[in-house]
Design a protein around this ligand. Structure first.
Ligand SMILES: NC(=O)c1ccc[n+]([C@@H]2O[C@H](COP(=O)([O-])OP(=O)(O)OC[C@H]3O[C@@H](n4cnc5c(N)ncnc54)[C@H](OP(=O)(O)O)[C@@H]3O)[C@@H](O)[C@H]2O)c1
Length: 281
């Protein structure tokens, strides 16, 4: 069987690094490991037997996206799995959020992911084979204070991904949306900007912001375990790949609670909802 080619964004640290390190050790995997600064990818050198392409890629840069895909195809001939992992956070109350920060986060978390996906889909359609793994978050399913715009990005990832899954299901292309809770990466630290509240009314959230930031590298989630689960799902469970994969106890428990409560609310308001339609003839 020929090698499968994986492209992973944001492989300098965190989930992306753990996944790239795992993929680099597989004999039947070609790896396109991308990062804004490829000098952060030296950890891959020990595994490279000619099956690894390190590529500089800022996912907000359209030219770099095109170059990455073209060079990956030139070196390996196929693109089988795209992992849209690169992402940022932003902790602030909604009212006091700096919209420049929020918009940049959308550029990375949503538009970068969308442009990468558009760039690989022609190849996957032609192959009639492919898997797209999109990083969302439990924050793409349930909402909390100080994360409004981060939620906005991840709910967008959920909606876009679910729709892609329906458009490409009969083309041999699978979608898996990964929804971690807190994992021990750089996300809550250097990858998340913060704006502290200034209004008295929002001082009660100052602690949430400092606690979230200070919690970086103390989270319960193990990114190495997450990388193994993602790899195993895509390789061993391709036919039955789950559309949604919550990772971590807090994630799955929160998702279950949110969906159960939402289901109750929808059932309660069903008759009222239907009464908004034109009367049936
Ligand atoms: N850790 C968690 O608790 C958690 C929970 C739920 C979801 N997630 C999601 O998991 C994904 C990975 O984050 P992580 O937890 O592994 O955090 P991380 O260690 O901070 O890694 C983030 C990665 O994204 C890259 N990145 C940021 N902006 C980029 C851009 N414009 N172009 C290309 N790459 C860019 C970073 O590269 P640089 O080194 O160049 O900055 C880094 O490689 C994100 O989508 C995040 O939202 C994380």
């Amino acid at each position: 069987m020929s090698n499968k080619t994986w492209i992973v964004t944001g492989t300098s640290t965190g989930f992306g690094k753990e996944l790239a390190a795992l993929l680099a050790q597989q004999e039947d995997v070609n790896l396109v490991a991308t990062a804004r600064h490829t000098d952060q990818l030296d950890y891959l050198d020990q595994y490279d037997h000619g099956q690894i392409l390190k590529h500089n890629l800022d996912v907000t840069n359209s030219d770099e996206i095109k170059d990455t895909i073209n060079n990956a195809l030139e070196k390996f001939g196929t693109i089988d799995v795209l992992v849209n992992n690169a992402g940022l956070g932003y902790f602030a109350t909604f009212e006091e959020s700096d919209l420049k920060e929020a918009k940049y986060m959308f550029d990375v978390n949503v538009w970068g992911l969308a442009e990468m996906t558009q760039a690989v889909l022609p190849t996957m359609r032609k192959q009639r084979f492919g898997a797209i793994v999109n990083f969302s978050s439990i924050g793409g399913l349930a909402s909390f204070p100080i994360w409004s715009f981060y939620h906005g990005t991840k709910y967008a990832v959920e909606g876009i991904s679910e729709s892609i899954a329906k458009e490409t299901a009969d083309l041999g292309i699978k979608m898996m949306i990964v929804e971690p809770s807190g994992f021990r990466t750089d996300w809550a630290g250097r990858s998340s900007k913060k704006t502290m509240p200034t209004h008295d009314d929002y001082q009660k959230f100052a602690k949430d912001i400092t606690t979230n930031a200070a919690g970086a590298h103390h989270e319960p989630g193990d990114p190495k375990a997450a990388a193994k689960i993602i790899y195993d799902e895509v390789t061993d469970n391709f036919a039955d790949l789950p559309l949604r994969l919550p990772l971590g106890k807090f994630s799955v428990d929160t998702a279950i609670e949110k969906y159960e409560n939402t289901l109750k609310e929808f059932k309660k308001s069903r008759d009222l909802s239907i009464s908004a339609d034109q009367p049936e003839k």
